[in-house]
Design a protein around this ligand. Structure first.
Ligand SMILES: NC(=O)CC[C@H](N)C(=O)O
Length: 302
């Protein structure tokens, strides 16, 4: 097998043409300013070593990748009771689809589509006195960078253009699956999405997913080894929305994507990887990001 550093550099070369493909997200105006043609990749192995290549110092907002961490924090507090409010099945619909929610009485299919993450944010809101601060602090502790911040421009832009997410949240409220003030919970959700990192920080934040629930930076047992397996299974079936099957087939690892063009991928017992490239396919997933992980997957043992 190639050593990781060489592999990441080869991956960068391989995906260069893909990094110009796709479209940057425009439905959040502040994200529309991202430029295509950029690419970065990092991974942290379970012995704590970090490898990276490409535009490594570039910052981006985590977007829906935050859903994996907020789900983790909700599982810490609710355990399996969380599943009374959100399902575990793949949705087969877009991340921001409303239709299923009406048919299924306001219970979102899974915690990774927007509706599921918003109801998870509502659950967290009930248990935390300062939820935005708590999630940000978690990112800081697990990324090993105490200076991680929230991009206020992106958070405000998302809140201003919140119509679809607000529609989902109010629909859930109408079905009785929402406990707190909708606007306050939405604001917290957008702040989680607007946390800003680089690929190294992001890979490190999710090291616990490849390391039986133990964060390599903080040393904390974040969730149990069993819950980690369960969370990885859900990422495998639903982390890339209605493209989860294609991603599973091409990459073969649990993953979570975000509309800033970032994706994390987990190889349990080996490493957590993070990629970023802003050009998105029609499912809202990074074109070069998926191509990179597909390439990487050919060279690693799993
Ligand atoms: N897929 C995503 O990354 C979506 C997250 C984005 N903040 C939204 O709510 O629309």
């Amino acid at each position: 097998m190639l050593d990781y550093q060489t592999l990441l550099e080869k991956t960068c070369q391989h995906v260069e043409p893909f990094s110009h493909q796709g479209e940057v997200a425009t439905y959040i105006p502040a994200l529309a300013e991202q430029k295509k043609g950029q690419f970065a990749i990092a991974l942290q192995t379970i012995d704590g070593k970090v490898y990276s290549a490409g535009d490594v110092s570039n910052k981006f907002t985590v977007q829906s990748v935050s859903k994996a961490l907020t789900l983790t924090m909700a599982l810490q507090r609710y355990g399996d009771d969380l599943w009374l409010r959100v399902g575990k099945e793949p949705s087969g619909t877009a991340f921001n689809s409303l239709t299923q929610l009406e048919f299924e009485q306001g219970k979102p299919r899974n915690p990774f589509i927007n509706a599921g993450a918003i109801v998870t944010a509502d659950a967290l809101y009930s248990r935390l006195s300062a939820p935005i601060h708590a999630v940000l602090e978690k990112f800081r502790a697990q990324s090993g960078n105490s200076n991680v911040v929230i991009n206020r421009t992106v958070a405000n832009s998302e809140y201003q253009h919140r119509y679809r997410n607000a529609a989902m949240a109010y629909l859930m409220k109408s079905f009785g699956n929402f406990d707190n003030d909708v606007e306050k919970v939405l604001w917290s959700y957008f702040n989680y999405c607007a946390i800003e990192v680089n690929v190294i920080e992001l890979a490190k934040t999710f090291s616990y997913l490849s390391n039986k629930g133990v964060c390599l930076q903080s040393g904390e047992q974040v969730i149990s080894a069993k819950q980690t397996k369960q969370l990885n299974s859900l990422l495998f079936t639903s982390g890339l929305y209605d493209a989860a099957g294609d991603f599973a087939y091409r990459v073969g690892m649990p993953g979570k994507s975000g509309v800033s063009g970032t994706i994390i991928a987990v190889l349990p017992g080996q490493f957590t990887a993070a990629v970023w490239s802003p050009g998105l396919d029609s499912f809202g997933n990074s074109v070069a990001g998926i191509a990179a992980l597909e390439y990487l997957a050919e060279y690693v043992n799993h």
